[in-house]
Design a protein around this ligand. Structure first.
Ligand SMILES: CC(C)(COP(=O)(O)OP(=O)(O)OC[C@H]1O[C@@H](n2cnc3c(N)ncnc32)[C@H](O)[C@@H]1OP(=O)(O)O)[C@@H](O)C(=O)NCCC(=O)NCCS
Length: 155
């Protein structure tokens, strides 16, 4: 069942992100900062939404997304991670579908996912299987040989 994340979900979300193995130290720190804003201000005022796929007492995965400043109807997909033990069972796709549905309801025209060319390969595959296309790339963005890929899905 996909629901809005609440305060008590943080340890599990942090664990899921750490287990993903593809988020660097800075991305983990940024996740903590984003979470604090979400809890402190709520989804609307913080501009960040967290959804979790709840199975019993524990979350099997989470997604974080939100509207981009200074653009009309553009939402960013920030984080997506599924428990390694629950992968390839459709959890990631369900979280992505739920985020897209909520974003569309809030007026999104498109969703953007930024990805590294050397990390996040499963996430890229999921996005591309869900209709995202690489519309731009910046070579050597993260480091030499690690490009920024911008995947876009238009609704
Ligand atoms: C990316 C991730 C969230 C996918 O979650 P998941 O629940 O396993 O994905 P799903 O089962 O919903 O997969 C849906 C489709 O995505 C694609 N896909 C997902 N994982 C894939 C993989 N490892 N290799 C190739 N394609 C993959 C497939 O098309 C899959 O459909 P199929 O299983 O019918 O072939 C998960 O692998 C993960 O947490 N990875 C580490 C973190 C990460 O890369 N996050 C994305 C960057 S923000």
């Amino acid at each position: 069942m996909i629901v809005d994340a609440t305060e008590t979900d943080w340890p599990r979300i942090e664990q899921l992100a750490a287990d993903a193995g593809s988020f660097g130290e800075q991305e983990m720190e940024a996740l903590g900062a984003v979470w604090e804003e979400y809890i402190l201000l709520g989804a609307e005022d913080s501009g960040y939404e967290f959804l979790v796929d709840q199975e019993g007492d524990s979350a099997r995965g989470f997604i974080c997304y939100g509207p981009r400043d200074l653009a009309d109807g553009v939402h960013d997909l920030y984080y997506l991670a599924v428990d390694p033990a629950a992968r390839r069972q459709g959890v990631g796709r369900r979280l992505l579908n739920a985020a897209e549905a909520e974003a569309r309801e809030a007026g999104a025209r498109m969703m953007i996912a930024e990805s590294s060319s050397t990390r996040h390969a499963p996430g890229r595959s999921l996005c591309q299987a869900s209709g995202y296309e690489i519309e731009a790339a910046i070579k050597d963005f993260y480091s030499v040989g690690d490009d920024l890929l911008i995947l876009v899905k238009r609704f």
